[in-house]
Ligand binder design. Structure first.
Ligand code: SF4
Length: 206
């Protein structure tokens, strides 16, 4: 999880990456996120409480992966909790098409709780890496009138941030490659791709 990002949708947003994906898009930028073998288990309630505590500092929440719909029950609980306790906007990435997402258990309930769904496999040959779409086949579904397509397209493609411990974070639809040696801080912190403070691997997605 990342508390604050400007490269994952309009405004300042918290970002949550859900581990596990079996879709195996060739060229996926984040193969480390594919395993469903638990690495860092974080209770849904813990995430809801954390987002609720910082809700005045962000405009919304972006959920990515991995494939979020492959943890659909937990995803629905997370979204219901956020909707119940905050007025934050929600953007959800999925490698599934809209039709596939609707066929997943709880899929329709999940989609009803989001403002924007960005759907479809990453296709390497169609890579665009702009406007929150990894490839041009992906579809931006505006599920509410909270945002316009223009708002989504204005999202910066990448960001690099360095916290007060020297930890380097890269994020966005086209994050720069940060060599491990260059990203290692004196205290041993590393790129969030390989070391996340919340235990959920962030990275480029879909
Ligand atoms: S791009 Fe997304 S949907 Fe495709 S394999 Fe990677 S994580 Fe899974």
């Amino acid at each position: 999880m990342m508390d604050s990002s400007r490269a994952n949708g309009p405004g300042v947003r918290s970002v949550i990456w859900l581990q596990g994906c079996t879709l195996a898009c060739p060229g996926c930028f984040n193969p480390k996120s594919h395993s469903h073998e638990p690495r860092f288990l974080v209770p849904v309630e813990t995430i809801i409480e954390r987002i609720t505590a910082i809700r005045d500092t962000v405009e919304g929440v972006t959920i990515s992966g991995g494939e979020p719909f492959q943890q659909s029950r937990a995803l629905l609980r997370l979204l219901a909790g956020l909707r119940g306790r905050t007025s934050l906007s929600v953007i959800l990435f999925t490698g599934y098409s809209m039709q596939e997402a609707l066929s997943v258990h709880h899929g329709d309930e999940i989609i009803k709780t989001v403002d924007v769904l960005i759907a479809g496999r990453f296709v390497r040959e169609l890579r665009t890496a702009a406007g929150l779409r990894g490839s041009s086949n992906q579809v931006v579904h505006m599920e509410t009138d909270r945002y316009r397509v223009h708002d989504i397209e204005q999202t910066p493609p990448a960001e690099i941030s360095i916290d007060d411990r020297g930890m380097i974070s890269v994020s966005g639809i086209s994050p720069p490659h940060v060599p491990e040696a260059a990203s290692a801080a004196p205290g041993g912190s590393r790129d969030r791709r390989t070391e996340s403070t919340a235990g959920l691997e962030p990275d480029e997605r879909h």
